[in-house]
Design a binder for this molecule. Sequence first.
Ligand code: KG4
Ligand code: ZN
Length: 332
Amino acid sequence: MIILGIETSCDETAASVVADGTQVLSSVVSSQIAVHHPYGGVVPELASRKHMEALVPVVRKAIFKSGIYLKDLDAVAVTQGPGLIGSLLTGFSFAKAYAMAINVPCIGVSHLQGHINSVFLEPNPPAFPFTALLVSGGHTSIYYVTSHINAEIMGSTRDDAAGEAFDKVAKMLELGYPGGEIIGKLAEKGNPYKISFPRSFLDKSDFDFSFSGIKTAVNRYITKHSKGYKKIICDIVASFQEAVVDVLSYKIINAAIQKRCKHIAIVGGVAANQRLRNKVKKDAEIKNIAVHIPSYRLCGDNAAMIAGTGYHYIVNGKKSDINDDVYSREIF
Ligand code: KG4
Ligand code: ZN
């Protein structure tokens, strides 16, 4: 079964062709970073307008690169939510019309389930059930995943998402947007033990997160050391990153232990963070738990994960209706 995936939930216009839910024939991602960079964050109206511009060329490119003919497509899968409503509507309306024009079904997909299923686009995927840490700019949650289409939420952030904390700290330090990748690179040159920023574990036995405290702690530190902090910026970001990574690793491993899972998945944009990848692998090895993290291109928003998830929806009998609408908040 060959599926065209379309993703426009935030600031990436993406299209991909995936065969049988696992084989990525093409994956095209057009980023809007340059558009939003001057504003230090995503401007929703600009994002929608840019999706409108990019959708046709991105989809054409994905079809061309995959080597298939339009007549080979069995379905179109598209992100239905959560995300920015204006952005979602561009991709969702486009996908419905496209599917209707080529006479195939159109299936709406959860962006979060898409991220979780991204590990199935890689070799040696996890066995069910497993626990998944979804860490992105909009979400930080832990799930108990029992199938490609079923996941139970075990905990979530009570305030900022981890990626949002990276972005806000980068903004505070005037490092640019989006901050996660920039901080990750700078942190490689810093001492992660230089400053002891607070680790917010909340209740150590549950799986909720809070990242607003650490953001405030970094702000307090740079205000207090306003004259000299720029000289130790690598140490500041390395120490900040270490505090975030410590909490993420602790909670996902404990979630696996509580659910007696032998497999963990780390997905979403922040899963590209090298320190997080290394730390979870190291901590999990001691507990004899296997860790699955997608390659970098599949961590951030992409349409291959949407096409892959669309396949699993279809084979499990999930259907969409032509009257379906997008949604801004998580519903599973
Ligand atoms: O999954 P994603 O592309 O979009 C959302 O669904 O939110 O995640 C984007 C987030 C941004 O906050 C970005 O700063 C963060 O992922 N990010 C990183 C890294 N690369 C991207 N955070 C930490 N370290 C990285 N290397
Ligand atoms: Zn995402």
